[in-house]
Design a protein around this ligand. Structure first.
Ligand SMILES: CSC[C@H]1O[C@H](OP(=O)(O)O)[C@H](O)[C@@H]1O
Ligand SMILES: Nc1ncnc2[nH]cnc12
Length: 294
């Protein structure tokens, strides 16, 4: 199915979102990739006749830590499965007084402070540099905002997500620093996920669910997993409802992404064809086949 054809929505469920309701024709399938194993099997299903593919980011039962997730395998597996746009759902800490636990926010920018993860599909033997100036797809974001409005969810339109390595939460000095940098929310998983989605020419947008005030707020306890899970449990249904509402909206689209997500590799490759490593080029079949097969 071409990018300009009917969309196939991929959903990456974060903490607390290990399945989706309201789906029919459900089938969990193993998808192998040249980058290793994805976090779990992928759930292929239909939502009111539209194809969707769901992947729990940490695996069912949450066996995987943020640093242990194979982000490349996850994005490759979604691309290989025909996905054209990815909706991520993530638990985040709030770095702003006016973003209390329970609030939803559509991320539009990132600061990537992760350091112990594979961040690119490309490298020696096939070098590519894509733009991530605008890492979130504007069209997908607008559809998510509309879906939120239709579902009665108050979702803040735009904010900067600080991606930290973890797994420990931040020190107080770090939390204050990220606030001083103008960041709005903090999490451990959206990077390099968003960068890899861009390399794979997939539209990407992330719905952040605020679960806590991290550790900077003088009147709130410092974040704990217990608190996160409590807030998650009361909001996961809302997140699932939002995802369900966005799928039919996306079905109406009839063109490839105007922002260029689906053509991100058009001018990104710099390694001369005779200098390319055939092994790496082979691994890039799903991610970059569109431009490498030329
Ligand atoms: C379970 S608390 C911390 C954990 O939750 C977030 O993950 P996700 O984005 O998959 O919801 C956060 O980034 C941490 O990995
Ligand atoms: N305070 C926090 N820091 C990092 N990741 C989080 N996920 C949810 N809350 C978080």
């Amino acid at each position: 199915m071409g990018m300009a054809g009917k969309p196939v929505v991929g959903i990456i469920g974060g903490s607390g979102v290990y399945d989706l309701e309201g789906l029919t024709d459900k089938q969990w399938r193993t998808v192998d990739t040249p980058w290793g194993r994805p976090s779990d099997q992928l759930l292929f299903a239909s939502l009111d006749g539209a194809p969707v593919v769901f992947l729990p980011r940490h695996g069912r039962g949450h066996p995987l830590s943020p640093s242990g997730i194979n982000y490349r395998a996850n994005i490759d597996a979604l691309k290989r499965s025909g996905v054209t746009e990815i909706v991520s759902v993530s638990a985040v800490g709030s770095l702003r007084e006016d973003l209390p636990p329970g609030r939803f926010l559509l991320v539009d920018q990132y600061i990537d402070r992760t350091f112990a993860r594979e961040k690119s599909f490309f490298g020696n033997g096939c070098v590519a540099h894509v733009s991530v100036a605008h890492p979130v797809c504007g069209r997908l974001g607008r559809h998510l905002l509309q879906a939120a409005a239709e579902s009665g969810i108050d979702m803040v339109a735009g904010g900067t997500y600080l991606a930290m390595e973890g797994p420990q939460f931040s020190t107080l000095a770090e939390s204050k620093l990220y606030r001083a940098w103008g960041c709005d929310v903090i999490g451990m998983t959206n990077m390099p996920e968003a960068k890899l989605a861009r390399e794979a020419e997939l539209c990407y947008a992330s719905v952040a669910m605020v679960t806590d005030y991290d550790c900077w707020h003088p009147e709130h306890d410092h974040v704990t997993v217990e608190q996160i899970v409590k807030v998650l449990l009361s909001n996961a249904d809302k997140a699932r409802g939002l995802v369900r509402a966005v799928v039919p909206l996306l079905q109406a689209r009839d063109a490839a992404c105007g922002q260029g997500c689906h053509t991100a590799l058009d001018h990104a490759l710099i390694t001369a064809p005779d200098q390319r490593d055939p092994l790496l080029v082979g691994k890039l079949d799903a991610v970059a086949g569109r431009v490498l097969a030329k």
